[in-house]
Ligand binder design. Structure first.
Ligand SMILES: *[C@@H]1O[C@H](CO)[C@@H](O)[C@H](O)[C@H]1NC(C)=O
Ligand SMILES: *[C@@H]1O[C@H](CO)[C@@H](O)[C@H](O)[C@H]1NC(C)=O
Ligand SMILES: *[C@@H]1O[C@H](CO)[C@@H](O)[C@H](O)[C@H]1NC(C)=O
Length: 289
């Protein structure tokens, strides 16, 4: 039987380890990790604060953000998107350094559609203020029927956007080839539900139908595992970050197969192959996926 003293010291050691790595691993309530950034009246908590409802009507959309910024790690949440006729609505889930000119940003944008038409997920990667790296994937399920898991993994080696643990996009660190990669700026976690019918659905042809308002999206199972330390030096010193481990350096065979399946069967737009925008493909496109 461990004595009270050794239990206490165990507790202190584990607390110390947690402080050292500054990494947190637990599904949290909304208020533990987030705050409302746009229209308090349009965000409702339920299930004891472990889930929220976002609302968009003709008066306003809404949004929330994490209390802290993180340098590397993984963030995931379960989202149930606006059902039925969601054309012109955009639900976004992204990480951003919010540093204007040199902004790093990793975007998931869910573009609504007319009833029965496929939801599109657009992803984008901004590094050092430059984006224009859009890819679009049509989802293989109706994301408004049930909650599905959406995650962003970010390490020094690669960024992976996943849907239900299926990679839909991988952006590798090709800094050695002169491709910008987010390496030094901590990023916050953000989400918004808003109206963007000038571009979202079929390039803006399909307008929002306000007779169907209010539009609702639901979120739960917020999970952030990341390094909250303020600068890169602090985070770099934490040698036991799981996302730096050998199994996370690249996709394993199973993940790679799933990723190919998405690219072959569900990708509807890739900036890498858009010759009208990029007569010469950007360098990361040639560096391989
Ligand atoms: C709700 O959360 C509080 C504080 O986290 C907890 O004490 C309580 O047991 C929870 N209630 C339910 C029904 O889960
Ligand atoms: C970014 O620039 C905008 C307008 O120029 C300004 O309102 C905003 O406060 C700036 N944000 C940061 C984080 O510097
Ligand atoms: C909406 O549905 C149309 C028709 O099936 C499809 O071409 C389009 O990719 C879908 N998504 C968006 C965001 O327009």
């Amino acid at each position: 039987m461990p004595s009270k003293l050794s239990l206490l010291s165990l507790f202190l050691i584990s607390l110390e380890l947690q402080l050292l790595t500054s990494s947190i691993a637990k599904p949290a309530t909304f208020v533990q990790d987030f705050h409302v950034t746009w229209s308090e009246s349009h965000i409702k908590q339920f299930d004891n604060g472990t889930a929220i409802q976002l609302l968009l009507d003709q008066n306003s959309g809404c949004g929330f953000a994490s209390k802290y910024k993180y340098l590397f790690g993984r963030v995931s949440m379960k989202i149930k998107l606006v059902p039925g006729d969601s054309a012109g609505t955009v639900t976004a889930f992204y990480m951003s350094s919010e540093s204007n000119e040199s902004r790093d940003e990793l975007d998931f944008e869910f573009l609504g559609n007319r009833t029965g038409q496929p939801y599109t997920v657009q992803t984008n990667v901004f590094a050092s203020g430059k984006g224009e790296r859009e890819q679009r994937v049509n989802l293989w399920f109706d994301p408004s029927r049930e909650f599905h898991d959406y995650s962003i993994f970010w390490s020094k080696r690669q960024i992976i956007f996943s849907v239900d643990d299926i990679p839909i996009r991988v952006y590798k660190n090709n800094a050695a080839r002169g491709v910008p990669y987010p390496l030094s700026q901590p990023m916050g976690i953000y989400s918004t539900l808003w109206e963007a019918d000038n571009w979202a659905t079929r390039g803006g042809l399909e307008k929002i139908d306000w007779t169907k308002a209010p539009f609702n999206a639901y979120y739960k199972d917020f999970d952030i595992e990341g390094c909250t330390a303020a600068g890169q030096a602090e985070c770099g010193r934490a040698s036991n970050n799981w996302w730096d481990g050998p199994t996370y350096q690249q996709l394993d065979q199973v993940q790679a197969r799933k990723y190919r399946w998405v690219r072959v069967n569900h990708m509807v737009y890739d900036y890498c192959t858009d010759r009208s925008r990029f007569p010469v493909p950007p360098p990361e496109c040639l560096a391989g996926i």
